[in-house]
Write a protein that binds this ligand. Structure first.
Ligand SMILES: [Zn+2]
Length: 362
């Protein structure tokens, strides 16, 4: 474990620290066309020598006092179900979905993939906050292909189409999110199942386990539960050779009393491992570097008009609780006031930078 603890005591040292950090410059715009064609944009490491500095004064170097990075802050894992033409408990109107994403972007939130969050691989511009998109049930409005002039294209009104559009508009709004589908008919277009799953992965999204056929894991036996989880993994791998589903969203949010098989199991030679088990409710999740982080019971926020905007307001009113990136995925930066909550085992190859805001001059 490489640990570099830097407690910044006075401005001179602070300046020295910054000069040791990589030089910042505005991010050159990415050609949006590249994103769609890229086989795995989430794995493509952007040049982290040029993080965006969102500081209002446009200065080029990260000013800790202005950016106030806090990589022990909380992270919202958003949960969507249907996205389409209606709005109710389990459905978000497509216009509202777009507004949700626009609002998140404007307020400094950027999507990251669940597996990157779990691994502590947060590669975002300085001053921004990660959030995680999850979509349950593989509904039609989440991802639809339509024919236009004889060519098959992503329906711009489906959630994936809206995300692609936002990614073109804002290059640092990466395509990321996990689709918790079930079988036999994810996204409800039987002629395009394979094509859609391949497209999602190539765009940078993830597929997650939601059991094979939306089994209620609280109502079936453990053996049936294991089978339901393994069959999903098996079927996904048949469509996507080599792809390992490794996170689980509980159907109906129901957790069985005996739950050891949620994290790993085996059925007829098919084994599975779930690095996270996602709940249905109802609050932000801890930073992956926080010693209270528990991916086996990861809370999600229902992304509707009430809950999403309530939590956005909460973080506006409690900015110290929000995860704020330092712009460098190789460094974990935390204020000294919360340092005791660090899970040092998660740092691995990452450097730790602790700063004392009270000792920095504004
Ligand atoms: Zn479901």
């Amino acid at each position: 474990m490489k640990k570099l603890v830097v407690v910044i005591c006075f401005l001179l040292l602070f300046t020295g620290c910054l000069s040791a950090a990589k030089t910042n410059a505005p991010v050159p715009p990415v050609d949006p066309g590249v994103i769609v064609d890229n086989p795995a944009p989430q794995d493509e490491k952007p040049d982290d020598s040029v993080p965006v500095d969102p500081a209002p004064n446009g200065q080029e170097e990260i000013d800790l006092a202005a950016v106030r990075p806090n990589e022990l802050g909380k992270v919202m894992v958003l949960m969507y179900h249907e996205v389409g033409n209606k709005e109710d408990t389990w459905a978000r109107h497509k216009d509202n979905f777009r507004r949700d994403m626009e609002t998140l972007y404007t307020e400094g939130y950027r999507p990251v993939n669940l597996n990157d969050y779990l691994a502590g691989n947060i590669d975002l511009p300085a001053g921004t906050t990660p959030f995680i998109l999850t979509f349950d049930d593989g509904t039609a409005g989440q991802f639809r292909l339509v024919e236009v002039n004889g060519e098959l294209v992503v329906d711009p009104d489906s959630a994936v189409g809206i995300l692609i559009d936002l990614n073109k508009k804002y290059p640092d709004f990466k395509l990321a999110g996990t689709f918790y589908i079930y079988y036999p008919l994810p996204f409800r277009q039987k002629e395009y199942i394979r094509q859609k799953l391949e497209t999602l992965i190539s765009l940078g999204f993830e597929i997650g386990n939601h059991t094979y056929n939306h089994e209620n894991l609280g109502k079936v036996s453990m053996e049936e539960g294991i089978r339901a989880l393994a069959r999903h993994v098996k079927t996904t791998e048949e469509y996507l050779p080599g792809y390992k589903v490794n996170t689980l969203a509980l159907p109906y949010g129901v957790r069985p009393r005996e739950d050891s098989h949620l994290l790993y199991g085996e059925w007829e030679g098919i084994s599975y491992v779930n690095n996270a088990v996602l709940l249905v409710g109802a609050n932000p999740a801890f930073s992956p570097f926080d010693n209270r982080f528990n991916p086996s019971k990861l809370p999600r926020i229902r992304a509707d008009e009430v809950e999403l905007y309530r939590w956005l307001a909460y973080f506006t009113n409690n900015p110290d609780e929000r995860f704020i990136s330092d712009g460098n995925p190789d460094i974990v930066t935390v204020p000294a006031t919360v340092e005791s909550r660090l899970d040092l085992s998660k740092l691995d190859n990452l450097e730790l930078r602790v700063y004392d805001l009270s000792l920095l001059s504004d």
